[in-house]
Design a protein around this ligand. Structure first.
Ligand code: FES
Length: 495
């Protein structure tokens, strides 16, 4: 959606600074308590559900596309192309989204392949949007920080209606593609895309333009619109379902709050809609626990729903709230829908255990961290000591390791993340680190963690604070306007 140059929603250094001064940037967000064992089960990655759903999706695209081809030249072709267009131009959005988090599949190559394909299909440059979406999860609907606020206030109703057919998004997209293909970025993009990623942006923009040029050339050569009905035009005639689902996520809700229950909606949907939308209707749950794969969101919802505002009973109920809210915001931009937070009827589940010690480290740097029985295999636990926080790990093979406790990308406790092999996955944006040497292994994590020796001595964990190590891999590559997070958070900051 286009914005005036003086809009507070533009990601300028000044607007970003305002959010930072208010403590809204990279801040601590509310998280519903959930038993660690239950969360760990939900985090389990599988290839099966997304393979099944993706093969069905490809099958539907192929069948509708083939029917359109066979019926081309008759009015009957309208019907298969209506289906093809929605599958291509709208449902690629949720495939793009889930694979961007790296959670749809267990196998990274499957996540990355679907991500590249779906990014092209939904008209989002894959590198640009990977970084923009990381920021959206750090600073959800924080004005001046979140590049993905779909309905800035006061809402532009004409622009909102044009989005249903990408009439404003598409020109903007092609303008940026040309800019990137020419080796340049917009003024906003360096604020959230690190310099090391810029060559990828330029390279992929050229590839995208080449594909569009080839499709247009084929259409001209064949003197037929048919090639464009498969690539290009579906983003116009099939885009309408994307805002029907997507605007329910945040439209009309609060800005500048640090509780996803106040700025996201969870909407119950029919199973067909949930298939098309890949369960993104559980949007509060997704934002609160972005590591949980889409197929586990219904189970997560059952675990946390007592701590959530009442879910909407369907798309119709959500839109009955959104339409009057945005109409009112056109005259009263300060208005927003206030969600009522529940008083839990049953005691909340205890959060994950945290080890702590106030005993000073010995002269040789060793400090006793606590009971080793609390740290299972392929597990991580938080340890707080002297106003600093650490993450202690045991690998599946029984190796003990320790790193700084907070992610180098943002303000997230790694103890809330997922250990797989020698990797810890950050709970906030799914960045990964090697726990043996602290090196970053998956963006947006780019800077290494400090590591520390950790030993299990007769059932007690001992950490050495004097022998910290820092891998050379992954020098800090922080986007302009993004503050590198301190290596240690003060106790009490963070989840
Ligand atoms: S906070 Fe972004 S990857 Fe960890």
């Amino acid at each position: 959606m286009s914005r005036n140059a003086d809009s507070p929603y533009i990601l300028t250094a000044a607007n970003s600074a305002t959010a930072i001064e208010q403590g809204l940037a990279g801040a601590e967000w509310y998280t519903s308590p959930i038993p660690k064992a239950a969360l760990r089960e939900l985090l389990e990655r599988r290839d099966g559900p997304a393979l099944r759903d993706t093969l069905l999706w490809f099958g539907l695209l192929a069948a509708s596309g083939y029917a359109g081809f066979q019926l081309w030249g008759t009015w009957w072709a309208v019907f298969p192309f209506l289906i093809y267009g929605v599958l291509y131009g709208s449902t690629s959005d949720s495939r793009w989204h889930e694979s961007s988090h790296g959670t749809a599949f267990r196998s990274d190559w499957l996540n990355n392949s679907l991500y590249e394909l779906a990014s092209f299909m939904v008209m989002r440059e894959s590198t640009v949007w990977r970084w923009s979406h990381a920021r959206h999860h750090s600073d959800t609907i924080i004005v001046g920080r979140d590049p993905e606020i779909a309905v800035p206030r006061p809402p532009d109703i004409k622009a909102m209606l044009m989005v249903f057919f990408n009439l404003n998004t598409a020109p903007n997209y092609f303008r940026k593609l040309c800019l990137h293909a020419g080796g340049r970025l917009t003024d906003e993009e360096p604020l959230y895309i690190p310099a090391s990623e810029h060559p990828k942006v330029f390279f992929k923009a050229r590839i995208y333009l080449l594909i569009y040029a080839a499709v247009i050339a084929t259409a001209v050569f064949q003197r037929s619109l048919l090639p464009l009905m498969y690539i290009g035009l579906p983003n116009f005639y099939g885009a309408w379902l994307m805002p029907v689902y997507g605007d329910t996520q945040h439209a009309g809700l609060a800005e500048n709050v640090l509780d996803h229950r106040l700025n996201c909606r969870t909407v119950y949907m029919h199973p067909i809609n949930r298939y098309l939308y890949w369960n993104m209707n559980y949007h509060i749950e997704h934002h609160m626990f972005p590591l949980v794969p889409y197929h586990a969101l219904p189970k997560l919802h059952e675990l946390v729903k007592a701590d959530m505002p009442a879910p909407y009973r369907g798309l119709r109920e959500a839109w009955r709230e959104i339409i009057p809210a945005i109409l009112r915001q056109t005259k009263d931009p300060g208005y927003f829908v206030k969600r009522t937070l529940p008083t839990p009827t049953q005691p909340l589940q205890p959060a994950a255990a945290v080890l702590s010690s106030s005993t000073a480290a010995a002269a040789d740097g060793w400090v006793e961290a606590g009971d080793a029985a609390l740290l299972g295999k392929e597990d991580v636990i938080r340890f707080d000591h002297a106003e600093r926080t650490y993450a202690l790990y045991q690998t599946a093979g029984g190796g003990y390791h320790a790193t700084d406790g907070t992610c180098t990308h943002g303000r997230a406790h790694l103890a809330d993340g997922l250990v797989k092999g020698n990797l810890i996955e950050c709970p906030k944006h799914n960045g990964r680190f090697d726990i043996t040497d602290g090196s970053p292994q998956r963006p947006p994590a780019c800077a290494a963690l400090r590591t520390y020796p950790l030993e299990n001595r007769d059932g007690r964990l001992f950490l050495n604070l004097a022998r910290a190590g820092l891998s050379d891999a992954g020098e800090p590559q922080v986007p302009r306007g993004e503050q590198a997070q301190p290596r240690h958070l003060d106790r009490g900051v963070g989840a």
